[in-house]
Design a binder for this molecule. Structure first.
Ligand code: ATR
Length: 272
């Protein structure tokens, strides 16, 4: 059956918080595409049956959010290198090969850096704080972009050890993260510290060079204390909203056939 009206959705549980429908509907309208993107609450035990049913209804694919990103790896018929290495998928394409799982968080992270910090230099070491789900995508992205030396610091050192072993990176004890700023070209916060309602991230930037790029995956608030401190040192700062916007690009392109642009207009829609 062919469906001239392409559909896509974000599946999660709960799902009300998702900003993905606003983003994709903004692009659909902007490019005059007669399709739709919606949000569907799917309980974990229904994920596979829902994914198997959606292509017949005209869905070209979906985004996945909490709690489905890791579980889908057991369901997918095939997956990209990014999804396999990161161990999680946020973007699904329904193809002739079945359910194809991709991870575009890594693309979103690196594209946000490239677009907003033109001089970003992957030949310099990077300091990554955190070793949770978001860190996995960030570390894979940095490795793929050619960063050879990543210093990984996490409150629970065993999680940092596990990730660092996978990539041959070094671990910095959480209490030593401040001095690990010396000589790095990039600092990334992937922890939830600094998010509205969470404790602040304590990071002494004394040893950080002003040529460094500092980015935070937290985007509520848009300018975290970390970014504000880095800005006052003269560093280039890149906020976390861009990662959310850029990770949506490959999905939209694959489902609706149009490469969408990340613009100030899109930022305004998502922020409002
Ligand atoms: P996500 O998928 O968004 O990365 P996560 O997997 O729960 O979420 O990871 C949260 C990250 O924030 C972890 O690195 C966590 O550190 P632990 O591995 O030690 O739990 C970090 N984090 C959360 N609260 C923290 C706190 N109060 N102090 C230090 N790190 C914290």
């Amino acid at each position: 059956m062919t469906h001239p009206f392409p559909l896509a959705a974000v599946l999660g549980h709960p799902i009300a918080h998702s900003r993905s429908p606003q983003m994709h509907r903004y692009w659909l309208q902007k490019y005059g595409i007669a399709g739709d993107y919606t949000a569907i609450d799917v309980a974990p035990n229904r994920l596979e049956s829902v994914l198997r049913m959606l292509p017949d209804l005209g869905f070209r694919g979906v985004n996945l959010t909490i709690p489905h990103k890791v579980d889908v790896m057991q369901i997918a018929d095939c997956c990209t290198d990014a999804a396999r290495s990161i161990g999680a998928a946020n973007t699904i394409f329904f193809t002739e090969n079945g359910i194809t799982a991709d991870n575009t968080d890594a693309f979103g992270f690196i594209e946000n850096l490239r677009q907003n910090a033109g001089h970003w230099d992957p030949s310099k070491p990077a300091l990554v704080l955190g070793a949770g789900g978001a860190a996995r995508a960030v570390i894979w992205a940095l490795k793929n972009a050619g960063v050879q030396d990543v210093r990984l610091s996490n409150r629970s050192i065993e999680k940092a050890n596990f990730l660092a072993d996978q990539y041959g990176f070094q671990v910095v004890p959480w209490e030593d993260r401040h001095s690990a700023c010396a000589g790095v070209g990039t600092v990334v916060n992937t922890t939830s510290l600094g998010m509205k309602g969470q404790p602040r991230l304590e990071l002494d930037l004394t040893d950080l060079e002003s040529s460094a790029v500092v980015t935070d995956i937290v985007y509520t608030p848009l300018e975290t204390d970390l970014l504000a401190a880095a800005r006052s040192k003269g560093c280039t700062i890149v906020d976390g909203l861009g990662m959310l916007l850029y990770q949506a690009v490959p999905g939209f392109k694959g489902w609706f056939g149009q490469q969408p642009e990340v613009t100030q207009g899109l930022r305004r829609i998502v922020l409002s």
